[in-house]
Design a protein around this ligand. Structure first.
Ligand code: SAM
Length: 324
């Protein structure tokens, strides 16, 4: 996630855990002819720093949001000859690489979620702190909007989305309130949504855990963009495409994302010889080694400079043997 405003442009677009990302990817990106896939280009903060650190590096820069690509292009102008910009969802990595005639790459970076410019741009509808149409699409050509979700899903499905993706314990009350409201008139604004959520949560619970609308907004965003499904497809595909000696770094911002990353990384870093066999099978030996023990968190200094990094969890792995 890039950092920024929330009423304070003071934070600027500072890439999260940049030092850690640079350090972890360096051994892979120093290789001759190295290629990095930045699966979430955003404002190109990480990509610009990596291009500067590795003068021979080329980058395949993916983003689902055409506005992000359009905004990154001028930022990358000095290095555009080393960058291929691709408007796509990151679960399309296999076809993106095949289209470019590339079988394996030395680095992958995923910096998940929404960027600060997306949060701060009022008409995107990602933010509960400013009024906007209920949109929340990363790709503005995609068919499903947050308005569609809150105005058409049956109450039980809406409650399930808010409960599972928002980890919101008052999901059923919120869903029922949304259904009552839409019977009067369709829900169209983020401010009204935030108000209904707040009014559905009992007063004592509202006093803890930040803005009460945060969890419901997260849930709707995940549903609108099928974020978990996309990530579940993308991480294994990316791991398959890491060259031997190549590295992958993922920054997640909530436990649902991080759990998917952890599971996929751990599976590839574990010997899968069936129990009971006397010796490990060569074909079942781990293909990856984990480069972080658990998830790495931002330093105190980074958190002080950039509160939006607070929820970041970084995991990294290196391919140590080719696929069997
Ligand atoms: C947190 S920002 C990345 C910021 C970037 N690392 C930087 O330093 O500027 C995440 C970006 O990923 C994009 N994104 C989110 N989900 C995506 C997906 N499934 N496929 C491709 N891009 C996605 C968003 O549009 C957003 O621009």
């Amino acid at each position: 996630m890039t950092t920024a405003t929330s009423g304070a442009a003071a934070y600027g677009h500072v890439p999260v855990m940049l030092d850690e990302v640079r350090e972890l990817l360096a051994p892979a990106l120093d290789q001759a002819g190295a290629v990095l896939v930045d699966a979430t280009l955003g404002r190109a903060g990480h990509t610009m720093a990596l291009l500067a650190a590795h003068p021979e590096l080329t980058v395949i820069a993916i983003d689902a949001d055409q506005a992000a690509i359009d905004a990154a292009r001028p930022l990358l102008h000095a290095d555009l000859s080393r960058v291929t910009l691709v408007h796509a969802f990151y679960d399309q990595i296999p076809s993106v690489l095949a289209g470019l005639g590339i079988r394996a790459v030395q680095g992958f970076l995923f910096d998940l979620g929404v960027s600060s410019p997306q949060l701060d741009e009022p008409d995107r509808g990602f933010s509960y702190s400013q009024d906007a149409p209920l949109d929340m699409r990363m790709d503005r050509e995609a068919p499903l909007t947050a308005a569609e979700v809150v105005n058409t899903y049956p109450a039980a499905r809406l409650a399930r989305v808010i409960s599972e993706y928002g980890e919101e314990r008052f999901a059923r009350r919120i869903a029922d309130a949304l259904v009552r409201e839409r019977q009067r008139a369709p829900l169209t604004s983020t401010a009204r949504l935030a108000e209904i959520v707040r009014d559905s949560i009992p007063a004592p619970a509202r006093r803890t855990g930040g803005n009460p609308a945060k969890r419901t907004f997260q849930a709707l965003r995940i549903e609108v963009n099928d974020e978990l499904g996309t990530l579940r497809r993308a991480i294994p595909a990316a791991l398959d495409a890491v060259a031997t000696g190549g590295r992958i770094v993922v920054l997640a911002y909530h436990s649902l994302e991080d759990r998917i990353v952890k599971r996929e990384f751990t599976a590839r870093a574990t010997d899968s010889t069936p129990p009971g066999l006397p010796v490990p099978l060569d074909s079942a030996r781990p293909q990856f080694k984990l480069l972080t023990s658990g998830a790495k968190r931002p330093s105190e200094a980074e958190l002080a400079a950039n509160p939006r990094a607070a929820s970041a969890r970084l995991r990294a792995a290196e391919r140590i043997r080719a696929a069997a």
